[in-house]
Design a protein around this ligand. Sequence first.
Ligand code: C2E
Ligand code: CA
Ligand code: CA
Length: 234
Amino acid sequence: ELHYQPQINLATGQVDAVEALARWHDPDRGDVPPVEFIEVAERTDLIHPLTRHVLRTAIDQAARWQQAGQPLRVAVNISARNLTEPDLVQSIGRLLDAQGLPPTLLEIELTETTIMANPTLATSVIARLRDMGIRIAIDDFGTGHSSLAYLTTLAVDELKIDRSFVHTMTTDPTAETIVRAIVDLGRNLHLDVVAEGIETTATEHALHQMGCTYGQGYLFSRPVPAPALSQWLA
Ligand code: C2E
Ligand code: CA
Ligand code: CA
């Protein structure tokens, strides 16, 4: 199933977007953490049907929210292996058409590591998705051991600061400096910046002061099923 976690505009408190996160409840094993089953799926071809299912479910849910008069952009995580699917972009287009969802209400999150695994392919897939009007976020920004040069050729909309920096920024001056540098980088490149893993109001305030646009984290809401998210918003 999918759970959804809100992204909060730190200046206004408004919620325009949510991230869709896969959940697997196994009758014998209980809740299997996504890092475990995603990793197995990535090593096998199962990542293809899994991503397809996540995209279909998330797009369907976004269309429901829109029809209910509460449009929310939904962000979906895409793995490196998915980029090699020749019909990935077309199939996303077909799913949007089938649900009548405007492409601007879909966002695709790719990690820096995924992009660097095949920069040429990633650049072309990202360009085609953006041409359709879909937003692109670079996930886990700052952890990919990569040169910043790729930002000059890659057209993206958003940087997501990895939660390892956000988590420690109020106690570790180095982490704070890194977060501030990413916020400034994003602002100067006219990109939205999302800080993930906000657990305390102290962190929220520090990020707001730095000019970070959006925040995501347990402080606001854990990832929850769609009906619980609608309730939380109300
Ligand atoms: P991610 O894309 O970086 O997702 C954010 C993770 O941070 C989520 O973990 C979320 O529950 C967690 N998180 C959010 N706020 C907080 C907070 O305040 N504190 C802490 N400690 N954690 C917070 P989750 O759901 O366990 O997912 C882990 C990873 O699994 C994701 O990291 C993503 O890489 C992968 N994943 C999840 N769903 C999918 C999917 O549908 N497709 C793919 N390809 N990967 C997925
Ligand atoms: Ca993500
Ligand atoms: Ca992340």
